[in-house]
Design a protein around this ligand. Structure first.
Ligand code: TYD
Length: 208
């Protein structure tokens, strides 16, 4: 298959809660649909009936950090096997709201869970699958907290204190510093329109 633009690529969207990523996913998908591409929008944890029920548990039921890490990877495995890999194989672009970077940021940096174990779980679960591009909505934790305060009822993560999100933000920063070539950093402090412009300009530059 000759690949044009993001066809057959896994594109993930990351950032701390309150960074505003969800508002832009539909616009990115529409851009690619307008180019005639097959676009699959999905999310993690979630994307299959089993993974959605694991999401419900992870977001709302008390559990320890190992259980949390195992459940997000179990959800990821089901999602990869039943949705992501088949879509990529047929040449779709898969646009996924969060993926493994979130596990390193939230379970690793946020909860303090052993990242060597996370790396091993990722190896088993992903069998070499990694995002081709990651859009990183970068926002200081204090600003994200103010935005979250204006939003709906918080889940187990959203109700964490500022220092948790400071660690999560640091986790994303450290992880992306190791793989800068696949990461598109967006300054999420500006208005929604200005973030939209940053996204579309960067995709344009890439020929995507
Ligand atoms: P989020 O993606 O922010 O969805 P919504 O916009 O509906 O709130 O919520 C998912 C939460 O799950 C988020 O707080 C981060 C957390 N999460 C992890 O802790 N680890 C993971 O591996 C993933 C994918 C998400």
């Amino acid at each position: 298959m000759t690949r044009s633009g993001p066809q057959g690529c896994l594109v993930t969207v990351e950032g701390i809660d309150g960074a505003g990523k969800s508002s832009h996913i539909a616009a990115i998908a529409q851009r690619w649909r307008d180019q005639g591409l097959d676009v699959l929008c999905t999310r993690e944890p979630g994307g299959t009936p089993l993974a959605e029920s694991l999401r419900e548990a992870v977001l709302h039921q008390p559990m320890d950090a190992l259980t949390e890490a195992l459940l997000v990877f179990a959800a990821r495995r089901d999602h990869l096997v039943h949705v992501i890999e088949p879509a990529l194989a047929r040449g779709a672009v898969v646009l996924c709201d969060r993926f493994t970077d979130a596990t390193f940021a939230y379970q690793g940096a946020g909860r303090g869970f052993d990242t060597a174990v996370l790396t091993q779980l990722a190896t088993w679960v992903q069998q070499g699958r990694e995002p081709d591009l990651t859009l990183w909505f970068d926002l200081p934790p204090e600003i994200a907290a103010a935005r979250r305060a204006a939003a709906r009822t918080p889940d187990r993560f959203e109700s964490e204190a500022l220092d948790f999100f400071t660690r999560v933000a640091g986790g994303y920063r450290d992880r992306f510093a190791a793989t800068p070539q696949r990461v598109l950093r967006l300054d999420a402090t500006v208005s929604l329109d200005d973030v939209r412009t940053q996204i579309m300009t960067s995709l344009e530059q890439r020929g995507w």
